[in-house]
Design a binder for this molecule. Structure first.
Ligand code: ZN
Length: 261
């Protein structure tokens, strides 16, 4: 009787896994990670509220990094989808939650005063922790330089995070991002100062970078928002959305860099 009970139990256990058995002795060469990009955000609030928002509400991210201490919280397994990107597009791909890893940084973002908009600087230790995490993710998922993008890149009409104080240059110095050569940018800027390209040209170049941007040749609000997103990343000293000579130079150099890869 005891034997029968045990046998039934064993059958039940087998039943749980549908009796499926796999032979794992072969592995396909043709495969890669489902992760294409890493999207950076700030939370616009403090740690306690950030943890609450990212764990108890609909929005979530794979990682959250505190300010002091710069603790790295893992909130969603990398194999699962976190809900951080929302309606988004980059390089023709849409709804990027499926193909990205989301990292939130605890940071208040900005507040507006009569004297203008104030942004909260990022804590250096927080960026140090982020760089270590980014290196680890990039290596494990075999991501190319250029895979790290801003929420403002993929949703420029809705989002400005991680904002103009986010130190993209530090990421470039750490080898995580390609950076336009300043000498080359200055040279191109001189050429463009003599003759500024059309709005259509700016829109085409921005689209080449990966942005979802209007292509009608007019400088509307949507186009300005996309130009500002690019400026926040590569020229944070002025992100007014104006299609100026230095922005044209940056786009030209970035396009040349992309062609070389
Ligand atoms: Zn965001």
């Amino acid at each position: 009787m005891k034997y029968i009970v045990l046998s039934v139990f064993a059958l039940l256990l087998a039943g749980c896994s549908s009796g499926l058995r796999f032979d794992d002795s072969y592995t396909a060469t043709g495969q890669n990670s489902r992760v294409q990009y890493i999207v950076l955000h700030y939370t616009s609030t403090d740690l306690a509220r950030s943890l609450q928002l990212l764990t108890e509400e609909e929005v979530s991210s794979h990682y959250l990094i505190g300010e002091a201490p710069a603790t790295i919280y893992r909130l969603v397994d990398e194999n699962r989808r976190a809900w951080h990107a929302g309606d988004s597009q980059w390089q023709g791909r849409t709804w990027l939650n499926s193909t990205t890893i989301g990292i939130e940084l605890v940071n208040q973002g900005f507040y507006d005063t009569p004297s203008g908009r104030h942004w909260q600087p990022f804590a250096p230790a927080q960026i140090d922790a982020l760089i270590v995490l980014l290196k680890d993710i990039m290596q494990r998922h075999q991501l190319a330089p250029g895979s790290i993008i801003a929420h403002s890149d993929i949703a420029p009409q809705r989002k400005v995070d991680p904002g103009p104080l986010f130190p993209w240059k530090r990421l470039a110095d750490a080898g995580l991002l390609s950076w336009p050569d300043p000498t080359e940018v200055a040279r191109q800027q001189m050429l463009f100062s003599a003759s500024l390209p059309s709005v259509q040209w700016f829109q085409e170049q921005l689209a080449r970078q990966g942005y979802l941007v209007p292509r009608h040749g007019e400088l509307d609000e949507a186009t300005r928002n996309v130009i500002a997103a690019l400026q926040m990343k590569y020229r944070p000293a002025r992100y007014d959305g104006e299609p100026d000579a230095q922005t044209a130079a940056l786009l030209m150099v970035l396009a040349k860099m992309a062609a070389q890869h």
